[in-house]
Design a protein around this ligand. Structure first.
Ligand SMILES: Nc1ncnc2c1ncn2[C@@H]1O[C@H](COP(=O)(O)OP(=O)(O)OP(=O)(O)O)[C@@H](O)[C@H]1O
Length: 262
């Protein structure tokens, strides 16, 4: 059974102020199997974040369903860890307490929380920074804290919305390598939203290319390139060309549109 099953999922945002509706997603079908790393790629505004938010349970579908391990999703849950572009850390808490934040909410003992947090701090390469505060860390390190916090819940699925979008190029590449290492060592199912074709091709077992709004899945491309991925290889660039063609044809044929209120 697929870990994530998305069936005929549509989302229409009502815009009462402008008396128009925005069709963000239109009858999306997507299956993500256990341990797959699926990158959602598509033009700006095509509904990537909306789709991710519905898997997370932050948004409700207008029609259609999302299930994770057979359970219908209608709200956020600890089976799904979410990482955003900004780590959204608590500035008054040191690294280890940010990582262990969910355990605090559950009422765990301090010594136990500290020991569990350490495992995930080590996992994301922040050993030695346990007692630093977020303001004392770089953007990439803060994102590592956010990833450790999501991993600590041991979720079935990790949902990532452009988590490296605000980082400089070198840090982004380091973080991509780190994420692949963590995913390979610890397994897990990841859905990762990105604008970057190189990023999608560097990370994913599959790239789901979405059409311009209203968002649909245009093509799901399995990426059978060996790791670490060589972004200069002919095979990498052949797949990149194919994706570029898909995205270019989207821009040429699909104007941004809204639907008038009935
Ligand atoms: N809460 C909301 N209310 C109204 N419209 C919304 C809301 N959230 C998203 N939209 C609209 O839905 C469409 C899809 O937005 P979404 O953020 O999912 O796209 P995206 O592909 O993630 O965009 P980007 O790549 O630019 O971040 C956009 O037209 C957006 O304006």
């Amino acid at each position: 059974m697929a870990t994530i099953e998305i069936s005929r999922l549509s989302k229409v945002f009502k815009d009462a102020k402008r008396k128009s509706d925005v069709v963000a997603l239109d009858e999306i079908n997507l299956e993500v199997a256990k341990n797959e790393f699926v990158c959602l790629l598509g033009p700006s505004g095509c509904g990537k974040s909306t789709l991710l938010n519905m898997i997370a349970g932050f948004e409700k579908p207008t029609s259609g369903t999302v299930t994770v391990d057979g359970q219908l999703i209608s709200a956020p849950g600890s089976d799904r860890g979410v990482v955003f572009q900004q780590a959204n850390l608590m500035p008054w808490l040191p690294v280890w307490e940010n990582v262990a934040f969910h355990l605090l909410l559950r009422g765990g003992q301090k010594r136990e929380r500290r020991a569990i947090a350490q495992r995930y701090i080590d996992m994301v390469g922040l050993t030695g920074f346990e007692n630093h505060y977020p303001s004392e860390l770089s953007g990439g390190m803060n994102q590592r804290v956010g990833i450790a916090r999501a991993l600590l819940m041991n979720p079935q699925v990790i949902l990532m919305d452009e988590p490296f979008g605000a980082l400089d190029e070198q840090t982004r590449m380091d973080m991509q390598n780190e994420l692949v290492r963590i995913w390979q060592e610890h397994q897990g199912t990841i859905v990762f939203v990105t604008h970057g074709i190189d990023e999608a091709l560097t990370l994913g077992t599959h790239v789901a290319v979405m059409s311009a709004r209203p968002g649909r899945i245009r093509e799901i491309i399995p990426i059978d390139l060996s790791r670490p991925r060589d972004i200069t290889s002919p095979q990498f660039n052949e797949t990149k060309r194919h994706i570029l063609d898909l995205l270019r044809s989207e821009r040429a044929t699909q104007p941004l549109e809204t639907m008038d209120h009935q």
